[in-house]
Design a protein. Structure first.
Ligand code: SF4
Length: 221
């Protein structure tokens, strides 16, 4: 039986592809052999309020506080947390015959608003997501994966899909986005109104979500 290029994990609402094991996408090939094949997981996922609430709802408050909120690799924004990647040491070293290290190149590119995105690309070429496990893939609990991680399918895989499969892909992607994004926007607005941010008072955010969870349970019963 022919194997499908992409499949849908309905329990965790995520797209999966066996093609990722041997990533064919030119954009995601490692710059040097030292970097290993990580495909699109050269990425720094951003947890929104949707994923933070998923951790609270799953009873993983300790995990959220210790591994996400207080993780020194991570950057806390008022309503999001960027999970910093592990940058390979070769990012900081000069290759033979090159005047600048990749880091110095990225630094130069970052000063011009028109080339800033290239600086990000340069750094990501040497970065591995902190949740990536060599030989296994994503090590993050799928319940906490960001909507981008759950919905991203690269162009090389899309090119292998039939028209019908593409339509199905769009509908799966929509269903992921339509859940996560409005949730984030809605609760961000309320927290903003109440003057609560992750930066200033993470415990107040957690309290807010505990109350939301209680309210959800009451409605269910
Ligand atoms: S969280 Fe998982 S899927 Fe997302 S970039 Fe990291 S390793 Fe890849």
């Amino acid at each position: 039986m022919e194997q499908k290029v992409i499949s849908w994990d309905g329990e965790n609402k995520q797209l999966l592809s066996t093609v990722c094991r041997r990533c064919p996408e030119p954009h995601f090939q490692p710059r040097t052999d030292e970097l290993g094949h990580i495909g699109c997981c050269a990425y720094e996922p951003v947890f929104t309020l949707y994923e933070i609430y998923a951790m609270i709802r799953a009873g993983e408050e300790k995990y959220f506080l210790e591994s996400i909120y207080h993780n020194p690799l991570n950057t806390i924004h008022p309503y999001e947390i960027m999970a910093g990647g592990r940058v390979h040491p070769s990012y900081y070293g000069k290759k033979d015959g090159e005047a600048l290290s990749p880091h110095e190149k990225a630094d130069a590119l970052s000063h011009n608003p028109r080339t800033r995105f290239l600086a990000v690309d340069e750094k990501l070429s040497y970065t591995v997501c902190q949740f990536f496990i060599d030989g296994k893939g994503c090590g993050l609990d799928p319940r906490f994966k960001t909507s981008i991680c759950r919905s991203f399918i690269c162009q090389s895989i899309e090119d292998k899909l039939s028209e019908r499969e593409r339509e199905q892909l769009d509908s799966w992607r929509r269903s992921i986005r339509e859940e996560a994004e409005p949730f984030h926007r809605y609760h961000k607005k309320i927290l903003e109104r109440e003057g609560i941010t992750l930066l200033e008072d993470v415990h107040a955010v957690m309290d807010y979500f505990r109350k939301l969870l209680e309210a959800e349970k009451t409605v269910e019963n």
